[in-house]
Write a protein that binds this ligand. Structure first.
Ligand code: DGL
Length: 278
């Protein structure tokens, strides 16, 4: 491999989300691509994206891409389902780098998993109203029926750490009962936070429903994409090097606390960025 190629492969992968939820994607990337350097940006000052307009989410996403580009990343992962649903084309245009969102890998996995062609999707209001999962799934599996349901309360419940609380289970029953009546055999957890509630969601839906985690699927899809482009880093990270860097637009301490509750390592802190400057 040429020295230039090695330099390129050593560069970090930029990962961004509207806040802390994208850490569920980050931890899958850590597992799946253990030799990669990762830079995370959480837009904690402007979260949530799920109740905002396409125009606003696109503007925010473009700013974050411009920030990540200043860190010289080799690829960008749009960990946020809402940003992937509403702004992926604009993000790709802004980045001029390989970009991967979480929606397509999730849609692909669900189309492969369903046996009866009835697939449920849960996500933020913006993601569900965008109809993006339906669009992608119908390209791969035109005969599939898709049933969407926005579950906005799952985000604060996950952030409060109430992953297996009776309150969460009660809310899950209310949100998911209509979906259960449709006879779905597969459910896409189409929001960064929902994998944290997986046990509760699984208990409510029963064992017959397969849960698809787009975070997991995205890590695998990114690995494939980087391999295809010859961009995988295969040099071990140096002993004293910090392979993971975290940036936020606000509340760095709160972010650190949450990150330490879900990542398999202790992070020392996150740096605050004035994202409106980008
Ligand atoms: N990260 C968002 C998503 O995956 C959820 C939180 C928000 O609404 O910003 O859609």
């Amino acid at each position: 491999m040429t020295e230039e190629k090695t330099q390129e492969n050593r560069k970090s992968i930029g990962v961004f989300d509207s806040g802390v939820g994208g850490l569920t994607v980050f931890r899958e990337l850590m597992n799946c691509l253990p030799m990669e350097r990762l830079i995370y940006f959480g837009d904690t000052a402007r979260v949530p994206y799920g109740s905002k307009s396409r125009e606003t989410v696109t503007r925010y996403s473009r700013q974050i891409v411009r920030f990540l580009r200043t860190r010289d990343v080799k690829a960008i992962v749009v960990a946020c389902n809402t940003a992937s649903a509403m702004a992926l084309d604009e993000i790709e245009e802004e980045a001029s780098l390989p970009c991967i969102g979480v929606v397509k890998p999730g849609a692909r996995a669900a189309a492969a998993a369903t046996g009866n062609n009835k697939i449920g999707v849960i996500g933020t209001e913006a993601t569900i109203h965008s109809g993006i999962y339906e669009r992608f799934i119908s390209e791969i599996a035109p005969e599939a029926e898709i049933f969407g349901k926005a579950c906005p309360l799952f985000v604060p419940l996950a952030e409060e750490g109430l992953w297996e609380d009776p309150v969460t289970e009660e809310i899950a029953r209310r949100y998911l009962s209509d979906l259960l009546d449709t006879g779905i055999d597969t459910l896409i957890m189409g929001c960064t936070h929902y994998p944290l509630l997986k046990k509760t969601i699984g208990r409510v839906l029963g064992e017959e429903v397969t849960l698809v985690n787009p975070a997991f699927e995205t890590a695998r899809a990114l690995k494939e994409e980087l391999s295809g482009r010859g961009l995988i880093n295969d040099e071990p990270i140096r002993m004293n090097e910090n392979a993971f860097t975290f940036f936020v637009s606000d509340e760095a301490d709160k972010f650190r606390h949450f990150a330490n509750s879900i990542l398999p390592l202790g992070i020392l802190g996150a740096r605050k960025v004035d994202i409106e400057r980008y």
